[in-house]
Every structure is written in structure tokens, then in C-alpha cells.
Write a protein that binds this ligand. Structure first.
Ligand SMILES: [Zn+2]
Ligand SMILES: [Zn+2]
Length: 137
């Protein structure tokens, strides 16, 4: 009995001599993936996932209400340099400790927001980027 345990065999589905990931059904990686994803290839599944993604977050949603709460609760001073933040409230005073892009779920998390003066906010969020980009202009 020559039971074939070779890692490389002819795939039962596509017939190509390939690395067999599913030894029971004798399927190559691609064919086995399709079997597990209703006949869709990796590329198709990825394209569908991208399509299903929610549109980009609208920056205004819910943030201003949160800013007002924080404004009412905290001292109006910059967390970084201690500068006074003059009335009225401005969105630029509110800085996300963990960026909205990297941590969208923390966007409306009060503890992730600190008060900063416009100068510190600029340095904190755009500091490295602007200095890197300057050479390109
Ligand atoms: Zn195959
Ligand atoms: Zn400051």
C-alpha cells in the first residue's frame, strides 16, 4: 500500500502539482481556501471585505457634544504647557492622545482627549509630519 503522504501532490480540484494543505480532500492552498469561502478566491473575499467597510468617519459626529462636556468639567488650561485657553471653546483645544485614525473606537472616549493650546496641538498632531514634508515642497 503506497499511501501518499508527500506534501506536494496534484490537487484534486485544479489538478496542479502543488503543496497540499488539506490532505483529506487533497486540495492545494487556493482550492482549499475557495472550499472554505463558498468558492471565492482570496482576492474576491478581500474585495468584498473592503466594500463592506463603513465609509470614513465624519469628524463632527458627537465630538462637539463631548468637547462641551469636557470644557465644563476641566480647567481651561493646556495640558502640555499650562497656557490658558481663552473662551469660547474651540475644537482645536481638544487633542486625541491616541489618534483617531489609529484608534477610531477611542474617538469619543473622554479619557483619550486632553486639552491643549493650539500651538501644542499643532506640534503634537502635525509636528513630525510637517517637518518631514518641508523638504518636499
Ligand atoms: Zn488546487
Ligand atoms: Zn500648550
Amino acid at each position: 500500500m503506497a499511501k501518499n503522504n508527500e506534501p506536494f501532490q496534484n490537487c484534486k480540484e485544479c489538478g496542479k502539482y502543488r503543496y497540499i494543505v488539506n490532505k483529506t480532500k487533497c486540495l492545494c492552498d487556493d482550492c482549499n481556501y475557495k472550499r472554505l469561502h463558498k468558492g471565492k478566491s482570496r482576492f474576491e473575499v478581500r474585495a468584498e471585505r473592503n466594500k463592506a467597510k463603513k465609509p470614513k468617519l465624519r469628524p463632527a459626529t458627537g465630538e462637539l457634544a463631548l468637547f462641551k462636556e469636557i470644557w465644563a468639567e476641566r480647567a481651561h488650561v493646556c495640558t502640555h504647557c499650562g497656557a490658558k485657553l481663552p473662551e469660547p471653546l474651540k475644537p482645536i483645544y481638544f487633542s486625541h492622545i491616541k489618534s483617531k485614525g489609529a484608534f477610531p473606537e477611542l474617538r469619543l472616549e473622554k479619557t483619550n482627549i486632553e486639552l491643549t493650546c493650539p500651538k501644542c496641538h499643532q506640534e503634537y498632531e502635525f509636528g513630525t509630519r510637517t517637518s518631514v514634508c518641508k523638504d518636499d515642497i
